[in-house]
Design a protein around this ligand. Structure first.
Ligand code: AMP
Length: 634
């Protein structure tokens, strides 16, 4: 592991030289004056004074050599559409979209909210924003109107870019009515809503004076050439909201130059995708993996990216392997949940395809269990690379780095710290470093490397107070994950330190789900916990105290209330937050000081011992939890 260690050591011992070298992977319109300005800890500014543009690096600079090479391959197994955009074509589309946004008054620093299904226009709109120097905020299409409204109010976009609807498993989900409802709920008034009509026949209505049809606008700019806005490196490229322990989502703010360099560098050193080669990332553009490794990373690197709309098992469970074969994918990036779903299918689907082009399967977003990793390794015959990171960091924190050195991997471990990250395992109470094989909080000694969040959108204080105030006596970034390091230096991630749960690789705050449940007027109080799930990793389970016990008088009224609660969550947060079970109770287990005993509830829901209960206010509450868990849910 000598080469890996030297590389990592060099990245921390002499940050300036290391990141100066990596900076040459992108184009700069004006060279930077300073590699790193860390005069105001914990805020790090990378490549100060340098001017660049992400869209230029993702498209324009490749035109001379890759105009006809595939840039983006769009495959929808929902609509049966498949289209290959060459670099030249994607560049032209992005210019048209940028011209549309410019016509609507969007310029540098303006926000554009993108609420889109997995269609090429999602990536095109993102690139059009970065071209203009506008700040996009992509909100995952599964979020409900109330969640969308919160994000609209925080980001205050000038334009909202959406589509008439999405499709999932053959079902059409109309987006436009959700957007209308969100805009009615939001305080902020934006000037235009641009709608992509996909021909799904959702019967969408455009509100005069606000809503505009994208195809009509686009037709006016067929030959558009919109210059790239050169931004100072630290200027924001995007905001991406993520869940935390409070109900209010955090707007992770990303810079421009540092992000582009980190992505370019990771494409080579971690993901081993050569320019011209094809990467298939199965995430959604609404998540950080989609931002970094469906859209920006592969394009900045001059590679081909695949944007897939559909399920991994439709029309049959061989569809992803068919794509790998057809487009000679060399690196695939997916989630453990997706692989667990595929593991349950007949292996014959996999064996049917020629996977000789595939070299790596990267998996992230949630813990990768050993049986799943083994299954994938045995059946695909490629390297399975567990990598650990967060929305906040934008690219991997822990990962094998085969582009640096092909070190052996251990199942169950995302290997080692990635270059640039000064990873520590700290004792949460003392702030001291944990010993070998000792559990500690996974922390990052600042400055955070390029690509990581620069702050929270318009909330520097929350940035410092949320992430840098965990450990006594030191201003170290907390990931809020437990981890340990074994004798050989391999890290093992052991779960969250806070009340955040991970459902199918998506981070959700239990507090957010609780607020959504409580939006039902029949619910007085609720506790939501994450319970181990064989496919999704975890699933949310709710224990709700009803206001009026009479609502539970009959099995039918109980079932109706349960149904209403689930619908409320769908409306407030979106189906991704929907509890897999809702249990009604008359009281919740709390300490004498009124703190909810979540860990005990969670343990009981997983059939484990509830642990130390000496502080419990009323033991009857636990008895009730035990009783409802044992009873079948109607
Ligand atoms: P998100 O910001 O939504 O990507 O969620 C990040 C969180 O997902 C991390 O803080 C971890 O709790 C979890 N996570 C991500 N990748 C891994 C991994 N490879 N192993 C274990 N947990 C992971």
């Amino acid at each position: 592991m000598g080469r890996y260690q030297d590389h990592h050591r060099a990245s921390l011992a002499d940050r300036e030289s290391f990141w100066r070298r990596e900076s040459t992977l992108i184009d700069w319109q004006r060279p930077f004056d300073t590699v790193l300005d860390y005069s105001r800890p914990p805020f790090a500014r990378w490549y100060v004074g340098g001017h660049t543009n992400i869209c230029h690096n993702a498209l324009d600079r490749h035109l001379a050599t890759r105009r006809d090479q595939a840039a983006l391959i769009y495959i929808s197994t929902e609509t049966g559409r498949e289209r290959i955009y060459s670099y030249g074509e994607l560049h032209a589309e992005v210019n048209r979209c940028a011209a549309v946004l410019r016509e609507l008054g969007v310029g540098p620093g303006d926000r554009v909210l993108i609420y889109m299904p997995m269609v090429p226009e999602a990536a095109i709109a993102m690139l059009a924003c970065t071209r203009l120097g506008a700040i996009h905020s992509v909100v995952f299409g599964g979020f409900a109107p109330a969640s969308l409204a919160t994000r609209i109010d925080d980001a205050q976009p000038k334009v909202l870019f959406t589509a008439e609807g999405g499709m999932r498993g053959g079902r059409t989900i109309a987006y436009k009515p959700l957007v209308d409802e969100a805009l009615d709920l939001a305080q902020h008034r934006l000037s235009s809503v641009v709608v992509v009509d996909r021909g799904l026949g959702t019967g969408m209505r455009l509100r005069p004076g606000r809503d505009l049809d994208y195809a009509t606008l686009r037709a006016r700019h067929e030959r558009a050439a919109v210059p790239c806005a050169w931004l100072e490196s630290s200027e924001p490229s995007y905001i991406l909201y993520t869940s935390g322990t409070t109900g209010k989502p955090k707007g992770v703010q990303r810079d421009t130059g540092g992000y582009a360099v980190a992505l370019a560098s990771s494409m080579r050193s971690i993901f081993c995708v050569a320019p011209g080669a094809t990467m298939f990332t199965t995430s959604d553009v609404g998540w950080v993996v989609g931002h970094s490794y469906i859209v920006y990373g592969p394009l900045i690197n001059g590679s081909t990216t695949i944007l897939y709309e559909g399920l991994p098992i439709r029309p049959d469970p061989g569809i992803w392997w068919q794509i790998v074969e057809k487009y000679r994918v060399c690196t695939m990036f997916s989630s453990p949940t997706a692989i667990r779903v595929l593991k349950k299918q007949d292996d014959a689907y996999l064996k049917r395809h020629d996977l000789s082009s595939l070299r790596y399967l990267f998996l992230a977003g949630e813990p990768l269990d050993e049986p799943t990793a083994h299954w994938a390794a045995d059946n695909l015959g490629v390297a399975i690379v567990d990598n650990y990171w967060q929305t906040e960091t934008g690219w991997p924190i822990l990962s094998a780095q085969p582009g640096v050195e092909d070190a052996p991997r251990k199942f169950g471990s995302p290997s080692f710290p990635v270059y640039g990250y000064d990873v520590r395992l700290l004792n949460a109470t003392s702030g001291e470093e944990a010993g070998v094989n000792e559990k500690g909080v996974l922390a990052l000694e600042p400055p955070l490397p390029p690509g990581c969040m620069s702050t929270l959108w318009r909330d520097d204080r929350r940035f410092v107070e949320t992430y840098f105030a965990t450990f006594p006596g030191r201003q170290t970034y907390s990931t809020f994950d437990w981890a340990l390091k074994d004798d050989d230096g391999y890290y093992f991630v052991l779960g969250r330190t806070d009340d955040v749960i991970n459902v199918a690789g998506h981070r959700l705050g239990t507090r957010e789900i609780e607020e959504a449940v409580q939006a039902h007027k029949g619910i007085a109080e609720v506790a939501v916990v994450g319970v181990a799930d064989p496919i999704k990793g975890q699933s949310p389970v709710a224990f709700a105290v009803v206001r009026d016990i009479a609502s539970l008088a009959t099995a039918a009224s109980t079932a109706q209330l349960r149904e209403e609660v689930l619908k409320t969550v769908d409306r407030e947060l979106g189906a991704i937050g929907r509890p897999s079970a809702v249990h009604f109770v008359t009281l919740l287990p709390k300490t004498r000081s009124g703190k909810l005993l979540r860990r005990s509830i969670q343990a009981m829901a997983e059939g484990r011992d509830p642990g130390d209960l000496t502080t419990i206010e009323d033991p009857a509450a636990l008895e009730e939890i035990r009783r409802v868990l044992a009873a079948p849910q109607g």
